[in-house]
Design a protein around this ligand. Structure first.
Ligand code: SF4
Length: 232
């Protein structure tokens, strides 16, 4: 097994997962249809922290149904209503503060227009997002990749789990160390990066699970020393 994945190997993995499940069309949007999907994706990226997408989605539905939709609405909303609407996503007090901080930035600095924020050059955009309360690297990259449509590969515990099990050598244990494995080998392609991340997440959720991974049924088994040892 190569300790550093080649471009060919990464694309082989992506194509196997794609063939198995089809394009995942991530990030899903339900309300902000058309070209302006920034609020729904950004709010979803905050709400999905430390919880499942189904819990985050319920909170998004509640926000929409309560009429707290858009940066101005979140900025002006009573905190108690926000807490109630986001309860299903867990950590609702903190997430309310995070949504408020993000909305305040958009209202006060970007005239409520996220295209002005997203127009920043990639490095500047990432730094600006990371400077907002409650936006860590994964959330920032979710927003950059799926809302701003700029190339920043998203890492999370699911993606890292697959990297670790396939046994690639990661120098360091930081987000950026894992991210570099993908970003240095793949052409800068927003659709590919978005779907690749979604494929890895889906695979980790359904097949390469934390406990009792389904190695026997895994399309990556011949590439994975952990899987081979699990079934030996
Ligand atoms: S073979 Fe097993 S450990 Fe390896 S990626 Fe597949 S499910 Fe995960």
């Amino acid at each position: 097994m190569q300790k550093i994945p080649s471009t060919e190997l990464l694309l082989e993995i992506y194509n196997r997962l794609l063939e198995k499940t089809g394009h995942r069309n991530w990030w899903p949007v339900k309300y902000d249809l058309g070209s302006d999907t920034g609020f729904e994706i950004s709010a979803g990226a905050i709400l999905v922290q430390n919880t499942s997408w189904s819990n985050a989605k319920r909170a998004l539905d509640n926000l929409h149904d309560a009429g707290i939709w858009g940066y101005q609405a979140v900025h002006e909303a009573n905190e108690e209503y926000l807490v109630e609407a986001t309860r299903s996503s867990g950590y609702y007090n903190t997430k309310t503060k995070k949504l408020k901080a993000f909305a305040r930035t958009l209202v006060e600095e970007f005239d409520c227009d996220d295209t002005k924020l997203f127009a920043l050059e990639l490095t500047e955009l990432r730094e600006r997002l990371l400077s907002i309360y409650g936006i860590g690297e994964e959330t920032a990259d979710d927003i950059i990749l799926y809302a701003a449509k700029k190339p920043s590969f998203v890492m999370d515990t699911y993606t890292r789990r697959i990297v670790d099990r396939i046994g690639w050598k990661v120098t360091g244990n930081k987000y950026a160390d894992y991210q570099r494995l993908f970003e240095t080998k793949l052409e800068s392609n927003v659709d590919l990066w978005g779907d690749f991340h979604a494929q890895l997440d889906g695979h980790a959720a359904r097949v390469c699970t934390k406990r009792n991974p389904l190695c026997q049924a895994c399309v990556l088994l011949d590439l994975c020393p952990t899987g081979k040892s699990n079934i030996a």
